[in-house]
Ligand binder design. Structure first.
Ligand code: UTP
Ligand code: MG
Length: 384
């Protein structure tokens, strides 16, 4: 609605809706017309027919051409046949509308259910977090092009890896392969030396905490949102500690109902940055072995980001972390940095190594960002 209003397209949308609605109205009206013709007409035709049959048969019975028994049988047969045949008209209409609904239902029913529990291995211990990509390529099931092309890298347990790259370069697609939201088309991804496809999905998702690029909150209380998927009993203190680490505790307390505030349509609408921080708190509480941060501080101001980054730094210790960010500051501390372009790795290394590759994409981004920062500082110094 906001987009429609912002572009002042109410008239256009209304017209578009009216057009479709008008088509439905015309069809409905036609159906009604057919019904109102069919029933009275068939009433007239059938009852005339029946009357004629009754009278003529009675005439024959009176003159002894048929017996009274035949007459009764004939009338019975007529009544038994005529009304069901007449109802066929209605049945045909109902069946065809029914078939449309049936096809829609089948579309959903036929979807294969995601198998969460079966796998060649059934680990009972938490993962160590060693991850290896071997020539991994991936095409979306509805896509034609490879969005991930021949990607290989290796991270040891507890290390961090940053993905940097222009928008659409495949960063989100790459990390979404880890919880097996999609199946990679070729190559291998190994977790602790075992192919991801051999693990039960449920196990993988218990090991992985993901702060998604587009934060999603349920229309429930903030507490329930933070608790979502934690899978153990948690005290209020723990919830608050997670919220504090994500720099959202004070915001939550500023709402009249505090942690019981309902989010979304029926309650308070949170700002983009607030939503993002609630999802960070959720992941902090989940305490996963593998952490994925997909642009997770993009809607947060620099000061709050620094605060969250400190909390995340603590969280990142002893766990394998994927960081996706656009700011060099957010990725420079990572053990490995991959620079992606159109689904391919174009540069690989740590911050120092990549800085020395003059002419490389990383160096370019670094120069641009530091220049902007310097210009800002000079500007601020000049104003003061
Ligand atoms: P990504 O969503 O992986 O890009 O899409 P990204 O690097 O994370 O980009 P930003 O920084 O968040 O903006 C990579 C490619 O995959 C396609 C997109 O069209 C894009 O070209 N794609 C993405 C699909 O075909 N289907 C999807 O469901 C998602
Ligand atoms: Mg993305």
């Amino acid at each position: 609605m906001r987009v429609v209003k912002a572009f002042a397209r109410q008239g256009y949308e209304k017209e578009k809706f009216d057009k479709d609605n008008w088509k439905k109205y015309i069809k409905g009206k036609f159906l009604l017309l057919m019904h109102s013709l069919f029933w009275p007409l068939s009433d007239i035709v059938l009852t005339t027919q029946m009357l004629f049959g009754f009278v003529y048969a009675a005439y024959m019975a009176i003159h002894g051409e048929i017996t009274v028994g035949d007459y009764m049988a004939y009338i019975g047969l007529l009544l038994w046949l005529i009304f069901p045949i007449r109802n066929l008209g209605r049945l045909i209409v109902q069946t065809s509308t029914g078939m449309v609904s049936y096809a829609r239902l089948m579309e959903i029913t036929k979807q294969t259910r995601e198998d969460l529990t079966s796998g060649k291995v059934q680990p009972t211990e938490p993962a160590r977090g060693e991850i290896e990509f071997k020539n991994v390529s991936f095409i979306y099931s509805d896509g034609k092009q490879e969005v991930i092309k021949d990607i290989s890298f290796h991270i040891k347990p507890g290390q961090s890896i940053a993905l940097l790259g222009s928008t659409g370069s495949g960063k989100t697609s790459l990390v979404n392969l880890l919880p097996r939201f999609h199946e990679y088309t070729s190559g291998e991804i190994l977790l602790d030396g075992v192919d991801l496809k051999d693990y039960p999905r449920k196990y993988l998702r218990e090991q992985i905490g993901i702060v998604q690029q587009e934060p999603f909150l349920f229309s429930r209380s903030i507490r329930e949102n933070i608790l979502y998927g934690v899978g153990r009993s948690v005290t209020q203190e723990e919830i608050e500690a997670a919220a504090k680490a994500a720099a959202v505790h004070d915001v939550i307390l500023s709402f009249p109902d505090g942690y019981n505030t309902i989010v979304g349509e029926k309650g308070v609408t949170l700002s983009g940055g607030q939503k993002q921080r609630v999802t960070i708190a959720r992941t902090i509480l989940k305490n996963p072995k593998i952490l994925i941060l997909d642009d997770s501080t993009s809607s947060v101001d620099t000061e709050t980001e620094a605060e969250i980054r400190k909390a995340l730094d603590d969280l990142m210790e002893h766990r394998t972390t994927f960081i996706i960010a656009h700011r060099i500051q957010s990725v420079m501390k990572a053990d490995h940095i991959l620079v992606l372009d159109k689904g391919q790795i174009i540069q690989k290394g740590n911050h120092e190594e990549l800085l020395t590759q003059f002419g490389g994409m990383y160096r370019k981004i670094y120069d641009i960002q530091t220049r902007i920062d310097e210009e800002l500082e000079q500007e601020i110094a000049r104003v003061n």
